[in-house]
Design a binder for this molecule. Structure first.
Ligand code: SAH
Ligand code: DHB
Ligand code: MG
Length: 225
């Protein structure tokens, strides 16, 4: 854990960055507010991280996005807004309660036509998506960290050449560097890194981050052309 004084600084800087670079509008603000009011955990990406997802999806001109872990659809809204008129985002969510809140937030943002929310455990819904022969050019992996390596392998199966795979929360207060950590989330991230070390089909890196959500980080992988 980071000292509270540092966290205060990280949050203040996030506020400063947001005030200059991130215009979170009413639909995004409502998504956060309704999720909090319904008692959902406060773990959605921050505004500047949402903006990064949007920027990356725009950069690769994503037409088909797969998100694993919807929560209240805050990140979903950022990503779906990066899509062209005929673009589609499929988002996978295990919790019916989270899905219900997410549906409302997606509708409020005017994105129901572009977003297809599939309820259930992602490892059950992913084979169905594969059977539909869908392919994606951008992946946001942000569900149960225990399955990170499994989700990454699914992303590789469903990717196109030059697809981007973004994996959230891979540093977790620095605990990832402890090989003896018993935390199943950490073990999940470390299994992903074992896989990345050997995987020749991707160029990947991991960046540590700080902000209102504390000390964490993300992995970004580019699938070979
Ligand atoms: N992407 C969201 C945050 C997701 S939080 C955002 O940034 O706004 C992680 C979500 O993954 C939670 O809603 C949780 O219910 C969901 N989840 C956990 N295990 C899952 C599983 N096996 N399959 C699908 N979703 C799962
Ligand atoms: C957790 C999950 C997240 O997706 C996140 O961004 C932060 C924390 C969690 O399960 O603790
Ligand atoms: Mg996350």
């Amino acid at each position: 854990m980071i000292p509270q004084s540092l966290h205060k600084t990280f949050s203040a800087v996030d506020g400063y960055i947001d005030s200059y670079l991130v215009s979170a509008d009413s639909a995004l603000k409502a998504a956060r507010k309704t999720a909090a009011a319904a008692g959902l955990p406060d773990i959605a990406v921050t505004p500047s991280q949402g903006r990064l997802l949007y920027l990356l999806a725009r950069s690769v001109k994503a037409r088909n996005i797969l998100e694993i872990g919807t929560l209240g659809a805050y990140s979903t809204i950022w990503l779906a807004r990066a899509l062209p008129a005929n673009g589609k985002l499929i988002t996978l969510e295990f919790s019916p309660k989270h899905a219900q809140i997410a549906h409302k937030n997606i509708a409020r943002a005017g994105l129901s036509r572009k977003v297809d929310l599939r309820e259930g455990a992602a490892l059950d819904t992913l084979p169905k998506i594969a059977a539909e022969r869908r392919r994606f050019d951008f992946f946001f992996i942000d569900a149960d960290k225990e399955n990170n390596a499994n989700y990454f392998q699914w992303a590789l199966k469903l990717a196109r050449p030059a697809s981007l795979i973004f994996v959230d929360n891979v540093i977790r207060d620095g605990k990832v560097a402890d090989p003896r950590s018993k935390d199943p989330m950490i073990q999940g991230v470390r299994r992903l890194n074992d896989l990345l070390k050997k995987e020749k089909r991707v160029i990947a890196t991991t960046v540590q981050t700080v902000g209102t959500k504390g000390y964490d980080g993300f992995t970004l992988a580019l699938v070979a052309r």
